[in-house]
Design a protein around this ligand. Structure first.
Ligand SMILES: *Cc1c(COP(=O)(O)O)cnc(C)c1O
Length: 402
């Protein structure tokens, strides 16, 4: 598709015709203080079933207070990049907390998960080498792989045997195998034990991006690596984000001291950007502490997920098969197929007071447009039940017309 100035209008028109134009919704305010599940959009209250605020921490008063207190003490901006004069005490403390939480020697803070993945992929893979990725890996892992200049191979989703064949075939050049821990659009997990085994036997780095697993799954909320019982030796590069279960903003890479040192020396998305504001780091530390202390949040979001699944299954809502296998995660997509059907379902749910966002290609493969339902510890049982009732009605209507 050309994008010359004179062609701009037709590019946008084509997105409209294909039902692929993306739209933002502006949240005006939240209805209940301290909870962000009910938001006011265009003057109407909407229950949000599409956020990544799995533990209900994004508007927790103690997290906001930690941010405010730090802002009064340290100001709003860091003023420089980490390697110049932007790195401060709150960053160091958060890195120490994250290293302890993940059971790794060190952690390195990034402004976003997108940048953390660019850093990892471009630092660990080079031109002339090969990177192997799960086909459904997050866009930032893919972009990092492309930017590294390495040859790019994708294996079928969650298929460790295919990954192993590809590794065997390109053993001499493959430096990185990368996968999501919990997949953001499907809610299932990668075959981490098998990938750890084959990566190790071919001397390749295994990179696990567990943006959606950390804080939520595993016996103590330490994510997909905990679910599979994998230590730092099995998963040497662990990427996590702070804007999802931890309700804040930012991201990190956890691993050996030497790996972290290498990233600090080489990663352009670490070096050439302003350090995260200290108040944001302070908020993340508080959220991390609450997530670990209040284990009921994790239990609650998973109990609500079970409630959602049971009711949805009973009423014939098309849940995705992948999200049925253990471990249970709060990402429970409803498969509708065409972008048009997904958009109409989204609109019908909006009318009924629910914000459930339609996810369309290219974010997901052609023909697998879906509603991405996510649950939060901040939802109520009644809200979950009402969502399922409305989903049942909306999905039935879509099947009649499509
Ligand atoms: C959200 C997400 C990211 C990006 O993290 P940000 O901090 O939002 O930039 C990276 N990887 C995965 C799997 C994600 O879901």
């Amino acid at each position: 598709m050309k994008r010359r100035p004179s062609e701009l209008r037709s590019v946008l028109d084509q997105l409209d015709r294909e039902h692929l134009r993306r739209q933002r919704r502006t949240i005006d305010q939240f209805v209940e203080p301290g909870s962000r599940v009910t938001a006011v959009v265009d003057g109407r209250p909407l229950v949000d079933f599409s956020s990544n605020d799995y533990l209900g921490l994004a508007r927790h008063p103690a997290v906001a207070a930690a941010m405010g207190e730090c802002a009064e003490r340290c100001g709003s901006g860091s003023g420089a990049s980490h390697l110049v004069t932007g790195h401060a005490a709150e960053h160091t403390k958060l890195e120490e907390d994250l290293a302890a939480f993940t059971g790794r020697e060190r952690a390195l803070l990034f402004s976003t998960g997108y940048m953390a993945n660019l850093a990892v992929m471009t630092t660990l893979a080079n031109r002339g080498e090969t990177v192997l990725l799960d086909r459904l890996s997050h866009a930032s892992l893919i972009d990092g792989g492309l930017l590294s200049g390495a040859r790019f191979k994708r294996f079928p989703h969650a298929d460790a045997d295919s990954a192993e064949s590809a590794l065997a075939e390109h053993s001499d050049t493959t430096s990185v195998v990368a996968t999501d821990g919990v997949f953001s659009m499907d809610g299932d997990v990668g075959p981490l034990s098998d990938l750890a085994h084959v990566s190790k036997s071919h001397d390749a780095w295994l990179v696990v991006d567990d943006a959606h697993g950390l804080g939520v799954i595993g016996n103590t909320g330490r994510g997909a690596v905990e679910h599979f019982g994998l230590d730092a030796d099995a998963v040497p590069v662990l990427v996590g984000t702070l804007g999802k279960a931890f309700g804040s903003f930012g991201a990190f890479v956890a691993g050996s001291s030497e790996l972290i040192e290498l990233l600090m020396q080489k990663a352009r998305s670490y070096i050439y950007t302003t350090a995260l504001p200290q108040p944001v780091a302070a908020a993340s530390r508080k959220a991390l502490e609450i997530a670990q202390r209040e284990t009921w949040r994790r239990e609650r979001v998973l109990a609500l997920t079970t409630r959602f699944r049971n009711a949805a299954r009973q009423l014939g809502v098309p849940l995705m098969a992948a999200s049925a296998a253990p471990p249970l995660t709060p990402i429970q997509p409803v498969l509708l197929g065409s972008s048009d059907a997904a958009l109409r379902a989204q609109q019908a749910l909006l009318t009924a007071g629910f914000c459930v966002v339609a996810i369309r290609p290219p974010t997901v493969p052609q023909g697998s447009a879906r509603l991405r339902v996510t649950l939060s510890a901040a939802h109520t049982e009644v809200q979950v039940d009402e969502l399922v009732e409305n989903l049942t009605r909306v999905c039935a209507a879509q099947r009649m017309v499509s």
